[in-house]
Design a protein around this ligand. Sequence first.
Ligand code: PEP
Length: 251
Amino acid sequence: MRQPLVAGNWKMNGSLDSVTPLVEGIKAGLDSVTTAEMAVCPPYVYIPTVAALLAGTSIALGAQDVNDQESGAYTGEIAPNMLTDVGCKYAIVGHSERRSIYGESDAFTASKFAAARKAGLVPILCVGELLEEREQGITEQVVARQLGAVIELEGVAALGDAVIAYEPVWAIGTGKTATPDQAQEVHAFIRGKLAELDADVAAKVQILYGGSMNAGNAAELLSMADIDGGLIGGASLKPEDFLAIGIAANR
Ligand code: PEP
């Protein structure tokens, strides 16, 4: 059985004052989460503070992005080893906000994925279609292309040490969640595509759903066969909502 993962992407939210009550609130209710691994991805500058707050807990730490270079003249960027240095297990790569706002390509995302793995991080590879792409009926093509860039660079086996997050872009931060059937259809497509190349990887890889998952809709989404957890934006900023999603993953 794949262990569910519920990862919070705090995005560019919070302050030094707000991270402590947020983490303490999650810690306080953690006993009710019996099955899922919980993870939080704070803004870079708060990672050391959050790492100290998480010490001795089972909550994993992740970063929202990572650069593909090891070091050097890349002003403003953060290298994979810097993230392991401060206690990160996960790094999100290819979030749709990176792809759409900052123009990050499939190839750059794949390069980040490779660099993250090389440093010992578990990449959380985000894939997903725009609304117009769904309307054109090319969701599967888009997701296959995004996955294909990583497979081409790193080989399919690399996905066995990674997490995939299917995040339909039209559902992110919009309150418009994909229906469980819509999400399951794409999750099953992703697993099927991987199975064509490597059945073990396909059976093993956790595929998270992301896009307005919340306390109210999580149980139904998480009951689907190929949905192994969630990548949570807005609802990860409230401990009770984030915990409710973790509890919805109890088995
Ligand atoms: C996200 O940013 O990955 C996300 C899923 O955001 P939200 O839950 O707010 O839609």
